[in-house]
Design a protein around this ligand. Structure first.
Ligand code: TRP
Length: 369
């Protein structure tokens, strides 16, 4: 197996989630209340681990306020991997969370050398439009840019003040231990991310309420650092962060899904012809070399990328998914047929979604605070 690297700025190798849980010190997700089980992301194990989720479950149970805070790095096309995080955000909004979303334009500037203006365009046209079309509501939701927190000076000052105060409680060795290689710009980005995660608790925003941060597993170093800083911060009364971790969806070819390689992902702007082409040509198959062999020995749904996409995103019905799994494994269902099931589902979904995107464009301003 290729050695795995999982940091906020690099993910590579074969990801072993049990090992990640151990190395990072996460808690596996189990026994969540029924509302979570109804959601495909939790039921199918996409959300696989957490830290301190109990504090949030208490809020949900007792109808107490809590916030959900996360961020997006605006690079490239919005693809189905990004969509899964958006669906998690929308799920928490439906549970009553106040939603905060940071556009990490400062981080994209430091880590990717992307200008603030480029980030703004990508954030609006790719990310935010798709979030809205997927069902994010403007009520109880704030989306902001790291470079421009708020037009209200009290709020803006509070956010940048927090970042500067938190800096006092981090050490250089800690940065090195958490990130490996670090530059001043990346240091600024991770402190700003800590401010992102804690600022909903300030009096200028909500008040000290529990904050849940749903992220991809690569973001845990940022969260570990922020949690350590929190324990030492005396200047503010802060409640420790809660977080959930999502698996990486495999890319079409079975390795990494990467915004810089269009043949590795399905974008939410892909057209029907792209879907046919990408799935038929690139989607890694768990099928056998020849038809006879496949009929005789069966395929392997566990490594088949089309099956993974159905499992994690497009087939919500457990019975139907099981039938597809069994039929593929027994050899009754051929690779071409499995791919066609996915293609049909995706096309249907994208056709509706792309219509909704047109409306979504009109309401962007209701989300930017
Ligand atoms: N670092 C995140 C990414 O690369 C973006 C981000 C910025 C973020 N601020 C955040 C994530 C706060 C979670 C919470 O995608």
């Amino acid at each position: 197996m290729a050695e795995m690297t999982v940091t906020p700025w690099e993910v590579k190798g074969d990801i072993d989630y049990d090992k990640l849980i151990k190395e990072f010190g996460l808690t596996p997700i189990e026994d969540l209340p029924t509302v979570f089980q109804k959601n495909i992301l939790f039921r199918r194990g996409v959300v696989f681990a957490h830290r301190d989720i109990d504090r949030i479950l208490e809020c949900i149970k007792n109808k107490k306020p809590f916030a959900m805070m996360t961020g997006l790095m605006p690079t490239g096309k919005f693809h189905i991997g990004h969509m899964m995080l958006a669906q998690q955000i929308i799920f928490y909004q439906s549970l009553g969370a106040k939603i905060y979303i940071a556009v990490a334009d400062i981080e994209a500037f430091h880590a990717r050398g992307q200008t603030l203006e480029e980030s703004r365009q990508i954030a609006i046209n790719e990310y935010i439009t798709n979030y809205i079309a997927l069902g994010l509501k403007p009520k109880n939701c704030e989306i902001y840019f790291q470079s421009n927190r708020s037009d209200d000076p009290k709020k803006s000052n509070a956010y940048y003040r927090l970042q500067n105060i938190l800096a006092k409680h981090a050490t250089f060795n800690e940065f090195k231990a958490v990130y490996g290689e670090i530059t001043p710009g990346k240091m600024v980005s991770s402190l700003l991310q800590a401010a992102d995660m804690f600022h909903p608790q300030l009096k200028e925003f909500e008040k000290p309420i529990p904050v849940l941060v749903p992220v991809g597993a690569d973001q845990d170093p940022h969260i570990r650092l922020a949690r350590d800083i929190c324990q030492r911060t005396k200047e503010y009364k802060l409640i420790q962060l809660s977080s959930t971790y999502q698996k990486f969806i495999p890319g079409l070819k079975g390795d990494k899904m990467s915004s810089s390689d269009p043949t590795s992902y399905i974008a939410l702007s892909d057209l029907p012809g792209d879907i046919d082409n990408k799935i038929k040509k690139y989607a890694f198959s768990g099928g056998r070399e020849t038809l006879e062999e496949h009929r005789k020995l069966g395929g392997n749904p566990d490594v088949d990328v089309s099956f993974q996409y159905l499992k994690y995103i497009f087939e919500d019905d457990d019975k139907k998914l099981k039938k597809i799994y069994d039929d593929y494994k027994s050899g009754k269902l051929l690779t071409g047929e499995l791919k066609q099931i996915l293609i049909d589902k995706m096309k249907l979904f994208l056709r509706e979604h792309q219509k909704k995107r047109e409306d979504a464009k009109k309401s962007i301003n209701k989300f930017l605070k």
